[in-house]
Design a protein around this ligand. Structure first.
Ligand code: IPE
Ligand code: IPE
Ligand code: MG
Length: 253
C-alpha cells in the first residue's frame, strides 16, 4: 500500500495520521450577514455558534490542538463599534462557555498581545487559562489580538533584552529557541491550516509556525462551518504527501 493510500484509509477512520493540530482562519462573517441583509455584527454572533460546533467536532475527531483566529492585530483598523462588538463576543464566550469547556477536558490558551487589552478581558483570559490549565483532552488556542509579525517582534525584543543583560549569547539563538519564545511555545506547529470565506491568504496568521502546514481554503463563510467541513478538510489533509524538503516516506514494499 502506498503511503498516500494508507493516509486515505486513516482519514476514513476520521483521524488522519500525523494530524495533531488544526488552525482555522475564521473568515466570512461580514459577507454571511450582508448576503442576508443583516448587519455585520449578526455574522460575528452567528460565528460564535460555529466556534462551538467546531470545538465539539474537534473533540469528536480526537484532535489534540485547535487554534482559532478570532481577532487580528490588524482588525483594529475596523470601525470602533465593530471592534467593541468583537470584544464583547469574546467576553460572552468565556463567561458562557468556560464551564462547559472545562467539563469537557479542554485547556484554553490565548495567544496574541495582552498589552493594551481592556483589563476585564485580560482578567477573563487569565481566569480561563488558570481554570483549565491541567486539561489535556483538547488544547483550544484562541488567537486574539494576534498578528504573527507582532508576535515575532515581541519575541525578538525579549531575546535582545537577555543579550543586553548578558544572560544570552546571540550564537545560542537557534530555531528551537525562537519557537520556544513565541506565544505558541509548547504547542506543536499546525499540521493543517484551514481558511474559510474564500480568500487565499494567511493574513498574518502563524507565519513562523506555518512553515510546513498543509493549507486548505474553503469557500464556505465561517457562520456556516460545521463538522462536515472540518471532516472534509481533514480528509483533504490525509490525501497530501508531506515531504519537508526531503522525499516522501515510503512504506516497505
Ligand atoms: C471574520 O469575518 C471575523 C474577523 C475578522 C474578526 P470578517 O468580519 O472578516 O468577514 P468578511 O471577511 O468581511 O466577510
Ligand atoms: C483574518 O481575517 C483575521 C481573522 C479571521 C480574525 P480578515 O478578514 O481580517 O483578513 P483580510 O483583511 O481579509 O486579509
Ligand atoms: Mg474577512
Amino acid at each position: 500500500m502506498t503511503s498516500h493510500a494508507s493516509h486515505l484509509t486513516a482519514a476514513a477512520g476520521s483521524d488522519a495520521e500525523g494530524l495533531r493540530h488544526v488552525a482555522i482562519i475564521m473568515d466570512g462573517n461580514g459577507r454571511w450577514a450582508e448576503r442576508r441583509g443583516l448587519p455585520r455584527s449578526m455574522g460575528h454572533r452567528a460565528g460564535v455558534e460555529a466556534v462551538r460546533r467546531t470545538v465539539t467536532a474537534s473533540l469528536d475527531a480526537g484532535l489534540g490542538y485547535l487554534t482559532l483566529f478570532s481577532f487580528s492585530s490588524e482588525n483594529w483598523s475596523r470601525p470602533p463599534a465593530e471592534v467593541e462588538f468583537l470584544f464583547g463576543l469574546l467576553r460572552m464566550f468565556i463567561r458562557r462557555d468556560l464551564a462547559n469547556l472545562h467539563r469537557d477536558g479542554v485547556q484554553v490558551l490565548v495567544i496574541g498581545k495582552r498589552d493594551g487589552l481592556p483589563s476585564d478581558i485580560a482578567a477573563l483570559i487569565r481566569e480561563a487559562e488558570t481554570l483549565t490549565a491541567e486539561n489535556r483532552r483538547l488544547r483550544l488556542i484562541v488567537a486574539f489580538n494576534y498578528g504573527a509579525r507582532d508576535e515575532m517582534v515581541r519575541t525578538v525584543r525579549r531575546l535582545a533584552d537577555k543579550v543586553r543583560m548578558g544572560s544570552l549569547d546571540p550564537s545560542a539563538i537557534d530555531e528551537p529557541m525562537l519557537s520556544a519564545n513565541l506565544d505558541t511555545a509548547g504547542t506543536p506547529d499546525p499540521d493543517l491550516i484551514v481558511r474559510t470565506g474564500g480568500e487565499l491568504r494567511l493574513s498574518n496568521f502563524l507565519l513562523w509556525q506555518a512553515a510546513y502546514a498543509e493549507l486548505v481554503f474553503l469557500p464556505v463563510f465561517w457562520p456556516d462551518f460545521d463538522d462536515t467541513h472540518l471532516n472534509a478538510a481533514i480528509e483533504e489533509f490525509a490525501s497530501r504527501v508531506r515531504r519537508y524538503g526531503g522525499h516522501a516516506a515510503r512504506s516497505p514494499a
